[in-house]
Design a protein around this ligand. Structure first.
Ligand code: PXG
Length: 458
């Protein structure tokens, strides 16, 4: 198909190492080891160049919501490419796929979000957010309101603004980030920071960090607060139920915008169309990407509330946009993807079938000697690996055990992601209950092998 499948794995690995700089990769290390070459996929499974079948417990990178091998999406791209492969929507033009997708997004996103600004990715969506928020306050005659408050270990992308909004210290260290006027508060990570408080007490405490920071900076300088409903790449941090109501209370009495990053939680991941629906929150701006096209083509966007649109409209031209904003072929695929989610009732499948089953089965992993906590919400789940289950003491050299377990997962034909010493899953939303059983059984086996490799009795 791609003209390369006749090459041996070793040849492909050598070429890969010679010419391809991978994202988020230690190149020297990879060169010595050789990449795993993925050649095809179907449903929730991948195949590598040696013919091994792998259960994709990460839906690619948290994005292949409708699963692999969807001919409908290929057909949608093919048809659109023949009719109008590309045109822009600068200079007072528009086209049918962007208009139709915008209409659909206004229908499925939370009330009050009627407009979308299209981008090519989640990072571009968050860059758009930074520019839009600051421009918004300028238009309102409050140019002093520039500070955006984010959270530690948040992930909002890899561009200058995206990585600045993110709370990943190793990313900040490479390149002098964050850019000015972006600050970070505690993430609502009860397992790590709970310190004997109940989840409810801790959720309120973590939310109050926002209030304290706003008071410290001064409301007249704070433009917005940005958060994922559930942090994904930060370690599937599911906030205690008390967290979002307290954040709402804090923001309701202040003139500060709420940005809810739905790049991972959007399009059904939590068993609701958006994480904002799950937590009953109403964003002013809502960046999204990934599940918008189930990763079949790159597309993202920012949903924008009425009050922001009205203010921006007063301000004349907003000097911002991308060549591929509203790319017709990407829009056509996203439209078909949303239709599939609706027609096959995939969000309902997550809410009523897959998530409850995963919650039950995942909780069993909490009995494993290596696991300090097993948590899940929707089709997002995490395991905290610990040295001592009775005290939840971590292993020395945080991250080493996670990486070991992740490699063992690969060797056993299942992909899970390691975040420090947490093991994460975020499978395609079409996963069946039998396939969830397969995932959990594989996870248990990999935990056993990890324990054996560490010399811990399982
Ligand atoms: N916001 C959130 C919440 C994300 O998870 C982005 C924005 C940026 O999207 P783009 O499309 O620019 O990548 C993301 C992306 C990982 C991993 O290893 C996670 C992401 C991307 C790459 C790797 O968990 N999330």
């Amino acid at each position: 198909m791609n003209g390369q499948t006749h090459r041996s794995t070793a040849e492909l690995q050598a070429l890969d190492s010679a010419h391809y700089l991978h994202p988020f990769t230690d190149h020297k290390q990879l060169g010595a080891k050789g990449s795993r070459i993925i050649t095809r996929a179907e449903g929730i499974y991948l195949w590598d160049s040696d013919g091994n079948r792998i259960l994709d417990g990460m839906a690619g990178l948290w994005c292949v919501n409708v699963g692999y091998g969807r001919k409908e999406l290929a057909d949608a791209a093919y048809a659109q490419m023949q009719e109008l492969p590309y045109y822009n929507s600068f200079f007072q033009t528009s086209h049918v796929p962007a208009i139709r997708l915008a209409e659909m997004l206004a229908e499925i996103t939370p009330p009050g979000l009627e407009h979308v600004f299209f981008t090519g990715s989640g990072s571009e969506a968050n860059d758009t957010v930074v520019r839009m928020v600051r421009h918004f306050w300028n238009c309102r005659g409050k140019p002093g309101k520039k500070v955006i408050i984010s959270r530690e270990n948040a992930y909002h992308g890899s561009t200058m603004a995206g990585a600045s909004l993110g709370g990943m210290k190793p990313m900040h260290a490479q390149g002098g980030l964050p850019i000015p006027d972006i600050v970070h508060i505690e993430q609502p990570y009860w397992f790590e920071n709970g310190n004997g408080l109940s989840p409810r007490e801790y959720g309120v405490k973590a939310a109050k960090a926002l209030e304290a920071r706003i008071d410290e900076i001064g409301e007249d300088r704070v433009a917005a607060f940005i958060a994922e409903p559930i942090q994904g790449a930060g370690g599937v941090i599911i906030p205690p139920d008390s967290y979002w109501p307290e954040i709402k209370r804090i923001l309701d009495r202040r003139d500060i915008l709420l940005i809810v990053d739905e790049v991972i939680c959007g399009f059904g991941r939590t068993g609701h169309w958006f994480g904002s629906d799950l937590y009953g929150i109403t964003p002013d701006l809502m960046p999204m990407a990934k599940g918008m096209s189930s990763g079949y083509l790159p597309i993202g966007g920012v949903m924008v509330s009425g009050r922001v649109v009205e203010t921006l409209s007063e301000g004349g031209e907003f000097f911002h946009g991308y060549t591929y904003s509203g790319h017709p072929t990407c829009c056509a695929v996203a439209i078909r993807n949303v239709e599939i989610l609706k027609d096959e009732k995939i969000v309902e499948h997550v809410r009523d079938v897959a998530a409850p089953h995963l919650a039950r089965r995942w909780a069993e992993l909490g009995d494993h000697p290596l696991v300090g906590e097993a948590r899940s919400k929707g089709l997002l789940a995490a395991l905290e690996l610990v040295k001592d289950k009775s005290t939840n003491e971590r292993f020395p050299q945080l991250g080493k055990t996670g990486t070991l377990c992740r490699d063992i997962c690969f060797d056993n034909g299942v992909i899970m992601r390691a975040v420090r010493d947490s093991m994460i899953t975020s499978p395609p939303l079409v996963i069946t209950t039998d396939q969830i059983d397969e995932l959990v059984d594989l996870a248990w086996r990999c935990l056993d092998q990890t324990a054996a490799a560490l010399g811990v009795r399982a």
